[in-house]
Each structure stands twice: as structure tokens, then as C-alpha cells.
Design a protein around this ligand. Structure first.
Ligand code: HEM
Length: 386
């Protein structure tokens, strides 16, 4: 098996400005970065014996320590532990279709409606787009009524959908994730992959994908969610705004030598015209073949095809003024910014409930910036308003 991921792990360096950040040289890793955790090295064979709760607490500690360490070493602003490199945040319209099957008429899909949305496009790691590995598309719908899941943000009027450009996640359980982080920090990732060959296969497959333009990638939720009484995964695929035909990234394996070529590609495409996606839902039909607690398993599209429930239109716009990039940097996306009918499900999402809140709180506190959800009333130079 190709060791692309491992090579990238050690080849990348964090050395360029991220959004509104200053350039600070610092090594980066493939997935959320951590400090060494010596006490866990004895569990190098993956026999941690940790309960899920203990493992989640440990992941939170490791992740917070990493952000603290980067900040102490001079990184400004303090950044996300994952998906720190943003291409930008764009304004979009998210239009729920009129004729959906009744089982899907839940939450934000309950009725035909257009929500305004801020969509943040990112790389999972590093500052160089050639090595960004997984690419993120984080969608934040605005003006969503109803009490939300997180008690301290119950009155927020936002609903988030976080997507990445690959259908499955590369780690199965919380204990495995502790093992993954710990081995990675100790330079023992090959040991982790030896014990988890599926994780290595998925990691390499993500790294091998050609990416010419974030607006032309297909994205997936990877993890499952409730949709009323159904269990679903989500996907957004790029389509022609005029014909609705599916578009494919023309990257074709040729990667630009520019570290910010993906932002440039987005800028060029949105200067010429709009970009569109179909937002789709895949309903679980077979709990054995489409598990909730193992996000390394692909939910077969033959067993359960994706159904389009909304269209996303990103109108032509300029999105990368310093003011708008700073706004984008300070946003917080989490699958738990959600109505209860869209409750995130499964082990990986339970980890994310704790970790995203902790890292967002920490980076905002370190940066002295208030943590608040956007309203849609934001104005930036050169950017159209809604
Ligand atoms: C145990 C598993 C995971 C951990 C520990 C983790 C950790 C993180 C962290 C710490 C952040 C930054 C949060 C912030 O400071 O605001 C983040 C962002 C993100 N994660 Fe994850 N993640 C995990 C799994 C996933 C999965 C399965 C997806 C699949 C969609 C995903 C997609 C994203 C995206 C798109 C962002 C960027 C959000 C933004 O633009 O602000 N993550 N993740």
C-alpha cells in the first residue's frame, strides 16, 4: 500500500498565513494535532481498555494541549486544531425542494424554503494546498427557528452540516482515535496502521484524490445523523447551475505548485459565475450493512441511493477580503449546532460534541474574540449582501 499519508505527515510544514494569521513555522500532522502522551505509549497495541467517555476526555485534553502549545510557540491567531487552512467563506442560498418524500420532511427540510448560508471551504491539514489531504465544506444555515441541541446555544438560529470530500472516516472508535493520536505524536503511526489496515487504506485513498477546485469536489458527512425517525448520511455534489448535470473536478491529478491554488481557483470560478451543488440524503435501509457506530464502513449507494433534498447556489462574489477572511476564521462549525431532529449519531459524533466545543472556546478565548453565531447581516468590502 502506498504510504502517501505517512510521507505527507512528516513532509508538511505550517509556515504560511492562514486566513488572517501570521506566518509561524511549526510542524503539522495529518489529522488533529496533539502533544506526546507518554502515559499512553504502553498501550501501543491498541489495547487501551478505555471506556468511550474516558477516551473522549483524553482526546479533548490532547487537542486542547496542542492548540495551547502552538499558541505558546507564537502562532497567532490561535487556530482550529483541524481544518485550519481556509480557502474562504462564501455566501450561498440553500433551497429546500418542494416535493420531498414525507419521511424527509423533517427539521430544515420540512417545507420548501430558501435559507441563506455561510459555507466555509478548508483543507484538513497544513498550509500548502498540494498537501491539504481531506477537504472540508462546512455549511451553516441562517435563520433556522427552533431550540437547538446544545444547551448553551439553544436559542441560536443556525444549523450546521459538516462535510468532507470522502465518504468514510478513517478511525472506528474513540479508543482507536486516542491510539491514533498518541502513536502519531510518538512517530509510531506505522504501528497504528499495522493494527488498523482499513484506517491506512482510507487515509491513503483520501490523500490520493485529485483536487483542482473546492467548488467542484463531492463532499460527504461521513458520519450518520437522525432525520426524524430515519438515520441518514448527507452528501453535496457539484452540479451545473443551468442544466443540473453532475460536474467533476478537472484537477485530473495535476496539482498546481501554488500553496494557495485552491483559493485562486475558487476566486476565478466565482468571478465568472455561480457555482451549484445538490444537497442529498441517504437513508439507512439495513442496520447491519449500514452501521451507526462504525464510520469506516461505506453505506452502499446501491442499497440506499442518495436523494436530492436541496439545491445550493453560490452566486458570483468576491469572498477573500482580509475582513471576510477574519470573519471566516472566527466562525465555529460543529455537527452539534443542530435541531434535535437532526441529532448527530454514533461514536465519532459523540467525540465531536466535546472536542469542537472545547477547541472553539479555547481559540476564541486565546484570541480575545467573542464566540457568536452569524446573523447574515455581515457586510464585507467587495462582497454582495443578501
Ligand atoms: C474523532 C473525530 C474527529 C475529531 C476529533 C475532529 C476534530 C476537529 C476539530 C478540533 C475541528 C476544529 C473545530 C473548531 O475549533 O472550531 C474540526 C473541524 C472540522 N471537522 Fe472534524 N473532527 C473529527 C471528525 C470529523 C469528521 C468525521 C468529519 C466529516 C465531515 C469532520 C469534518 C470537519 C470539518 C469540515 C471541519 C471544519 C469546520 C470549519 O470549517 O470550521 N471531522 N474537526
Amino acid at each position: 500500500m502506498r504510504r502517501i499519508a505517512l510521507l505527507l505527515l512528516f513532509a508538511l510544514s505550517r509556515s504560511g498565513p492562514l486566513g488572517n494569521g501570521e506566518a509561524v513555522a511549526e510542524p503539522v500532522r495529518l489529522f488533529p494535532k496533539t502533544v506526546p502522551a507518554v502515559s499512553f505509549l504502553g498501550e501501543a497495541q491498541g489495547k487501551s481498555g478505555l471506556t468511550e467517555e474516558e477516551a473522549i476526555r483524553r482526546i479533548k485534553e490532547l487537542t486542547e494541549a496542542q492548540i495551547q502549545n502552538a499558541y505558546r510557540s507564537g502562532l497567532r491567531p490561535a487556530q482550529r486544531d483541524a481544518h485550519a487552512k481556509q480557502h474562504g467563506c462564501v455566501r450561498a442560498d440553500f433551497t429546500v425542494l418542494a416535493s420531498l418524500p414525507s419521511a424527509m420532511r423533517q427539521g430544515v427540510f420540512a417545507e420548501a424554503h430558501t435559507f441563506h448560508a455561510w459555507i466555509r471551504f478548508s483543507n484538513a491539514v497544513g498550509t500548502d494546498d498540494q498537501a491539504g489531504l481531506a477537504r472540508g465544506m462546512a455549511i451553516k444555515l441562517l435563520g433556522v427557528p427552533g431550540r437547538k441541541i446544545l444547551p448553551d446555544q439553544a436559542d441560536a438560529t443556525t444549523q450546521d452540516f459538516l462535510l468532507v470530500n470522502y465518504p468514510v472516516f478513517n478511525v472506528r472508535t474513540a479508543a482507536d482515535y486516542v491510539d491514533f493520536l498518541t502513536k502519531s505524536d510518538a512517530g509510531q503511526l506505522p504501528l497504528f496502521f499495522r493494527a488498523h489496515p482499513e484506517s491506512e487504506r482510507i487515509t491513503a485513498a483520501i490523500a490520493a484524490q485529485p483536487v483542482g477546485n473546492p467548488l467542484l469536489q463531492r463532499y460527504y458527512s461521513m458520519t450518520p445523523y437522525a432525520l426524524g425517525n430515519s438515520k441518514v448520511k448527507y452528501s453535496a455534489k457539484p452540479v451545473s447551475c443551468t442544466t443540473g448535470e453532475t460536474l467533476h473536478d478537472e484537477g485530473g491529478g495535476v496539482r498546481s505548485s501554488e500553496p494557495d491554488y485552491l483559493r485562486a481557483a475558487m476566486r476565478a470560478r466565482l468571478a465568472d459565475g455561480a457555482s451549484c451543488f445538490s444537497f442529498m440524503v441517504q437513508r439507512q435501509t439495513d442496520p447491519a450493512k449500514m452501521p451507526i457506530d462504525d464510520s469506516t464502513v461505506l453505506w452502499s449507494e446501491e442499497l440506499a441511493p442518495f436523494v436530492t433534498v436541496a439545491s445550493i447556489t453560490i452566486p458570483p462574489q468576491r469572498f477573500d477580503s482580509p475582513e471576510q477572511q477574519a470573519f471566516c476564521e472566527n466562525l465555529s462549525y460543529t455537527p452539534w449546532h443542530a435541531l434535535p431532529v437532526h441529532q448527530p449519531l454514533g461514536t465519532i459524533n459523540r467525540i465531536r460534541r466535546v472536542v469542537y466545543d472545547a477547541t472553539s472556546s479555547l481559540r476564541h478565548r486565546l484570541n480575545g474574540v467573542p464566540r457568536r453565531e452569524p446573523s447574515g447581516d455581515e457586510h464585507f468590502p467587495g462582497s454582495p449582501s443578501w
